[in-house]
Design a protein around this ligand. Structure first.
Ligand SMILES: Cc1cc2nc3c(=O)[nH]c(=O)nc-3n(C[C@H](O)[C@H](O)[C@H](O)COP(=O)(O)OP(=O)(O)OC[C@H]3O[C@@H](n4cnc5c(N)ncnc54)[C@H](O)[C@@H]3O)c2cc1C
Length: 470
């Protein structure tokens, strides 16, 4: 058993006595994931104030044989920020590093520290008539470092891409404490390997993201939101094509919500859908710097009714009404958590395979878990669904996961569209990912974090300090 007391003393010297938390009550919030499905026992939680302190912490951890788990807003849905159970991992909380260092409305960039809350940065950008397009229901807690490290998606991917498409530069701290300053505000930079791409979506397994330069876009002045109900997913896909033809490149969100998801939100969040029920609902938003969207959205709804695609529908008449429609979508994850018994899947399949996937996966799950419910919702416009199973009492989780992911595999989809692997999906990643791709991932880890210092057992199996698999 390693004596970590000298390390704790060193961490206190680096960050100050109050920024190293060790008591069970102080570390509890950092030791459990958002879903409360994973719990760990960290050696301590350490809260640095700046990049130099992060570098000193990493060096100290490495020299005393402790691992480091980077921790942002703890809203991740793959248990990636939760430490293991052996008391030899430091949780490195970036929450005190929250400065917005520079916002350039002309160059349309923002440079922020890793602990800045996504919503705060979005609000700051809006004050300058600019938009940071990453938007998700957890944006009041999720931090920029976590957003970058999970390559977060959200509701605007259709129009602006995932976080990766918005990252222009990163500052990272490597396993030997080296600070790599790549905080360039450049849209074009082909001077060698684009190393920052490796850290985007790495889930804290390669280094610590301490700051980022993100791309902004003009703030849309006009936005229009509609809710429609439809009988089946084939019809929903038909409306997506129609939306692309009528609303065009102003289409910014196209979300699918099952009737079950709406029932959960009505039950647990006290909200009410304003339209007649269908098997599925569509939340559609268009936004633009130019006006005239309302006419385009009304054309979409008129055509959807004329072709007998939509059962019912409403266009929000005010910002308040639009927010009320979005609230139905944004409360689903929390409503599911309150219902309990949800087994989450975050899948993507090619657009044309979506309807077949839903039928085949439904049959496969029913075969291994009779009586299961389905809380299905997500970013249909991105081919990404949160395909969550409401378990009916005791169930074989692994069999259900296999049923879903094998169906995903048959359609050449992904078992993690936007939430990452973390420790939640690691066994399924190992089971389903092709060997050459796994080998490539291990080679990247070995090249950048050969001692296995960062986030052991997440995204890849744990490696010992000597680099061998445990
Ligand atoms: C209600 C709800 C809705 C959500 N909706 C979406 C959605 O629509 N789309 C989507 O993509 N996600 C969604 N998520 C998941 C989550 O919000 C995102 O994954 C988010 O990016 C996590 O940010 P965080 O700061 O909370 O990171 P954390 O949960 O703290 O960490 C996530 C991972 O990143 C690593 N990490 C954190 N900070 C750093 C850093 N500075 N350097 C290196 N590694 C780091 C951690 O080790 C961990 O592996 C949702 C979550 C909730 C609870």
């Amino acid at each position: 058993m390693t004596d970590f007391r000298p390390l704790l003393d060193e961490l206190r010297r680096i960050c100050g006595e109050n920024q190293v938390l060790t008591t069970a009550s102080d570390v509890e919030a950092y030791a459990t994931d958002w879903k409360r499905s994973a719990k760990g026992t960290p050696l301590c939680v350490v809260r640095p104030a700046n990049t130099a302190e992060v570098a000193a912490i990493i060096k100290a951890a490495g020299s005393h044989g402790a691992a480091v788990v980077p921790h942002g807003g703890n809203t991740g849905l793959a248990a990636g920020a939760t430490p293991g159970n052996h008391g030899d991992e430091i949780v490195l909380s970036l929450g005190r590093m929250k400065a917005i260092r520079d916002l350039d409305p002309v160059g349309m960039t923002v440079e922020v520290e890793a602990g800045a809350i996504l919503q705060t940065v979005r609000h700051e950008a809006e004050k300058h008539d600019r938009l940071l397009p990453v938007s998700l229901a957890a944006e009041g807690s999720a931090m920029i470092g976590g957003i970058v490290s999970t390559n977060a998606g959200g509701i605007n991917v259709l129009r602006y891409g995932m976080t990766r498409a918005l990252v222009l530069g990163l500052e990272v701290v490597l396993a030997d404490g080296t600070v790599v300053d790549g905080l360039r505000h450049l849209r074009k930079d082909n001077a060698g390997y684009d190393w920052k791409q490796l850290f985007i979506g790495a889930e804290g397994t390669l280094g610590v993201v301490t700051a980022a330069v993100l791309r902004l876009v003009p703030l849309p002045r006009d936005s229009v939101t509609a809710l429609l109900s439809v009988a089946d997913v084939e019809t929903a896909l038909g409306i997506f094509t129609l939306a692309q033809n009528t609303v065009g490149d102003a289409l910014s969100a196209f979300e699918l919500i099952s009737a079950t998801s709406i029932s959960l939100v009505e039950k647990h969040a006290g909200l009410k859908s304003p339209i007649a029920a269908g098997e599925w609902y569509l939340l559609v938003e268009a936004s633009s710097s130019l006006s005239g969207l309302e006419t385009a959205m009304e054309t979409l709804l008129t055509e959807a009714f004329e072709r007998d695609l939509a059962l019912d529908g409403v266009v929000a008449a005010s910002h308040q009404q639009a927010q009320a429609l979005w609230a139905l979508r944004e409360h689903i994850t929390e409503a599911e958590a309150r219902e309990g018994g949800g087994l989450k899947h975050d899948i993507s399949v090619p657009f044309g395979a979506m309807a077949d996937f839903l039928i085949e996966a439904g049959n496969a799950v029913a075969a291994v878990c009779p009586g299961a419910g389905f809380n299905v919702f997500g970013h249909l416009g991105d081919g990404n669904l949160h395909y969550n199973i409401l378990l009916n009492g005791a169930a074989d989780h692994e069999a259900v996961n296999r049923a879903v992911h094998d169906t995903v595999g048959r359609h050449r989809g992904s078992i993690s569209a936007e939430h990452g692997i973390g420790r939640y999906r690691l066994s399924e990643w190992l089971r389903t990912k092709a060997e050459p791709e796994q080998r490539l991932s291990r080679a990247i880890k070995q090249a950048i974090d050969p001692g296995g210092l960062f986030n052991p057992g997440k995204l890849l199996p744990k490696t010992s300090i000597a680099g061998g698999a445990e």
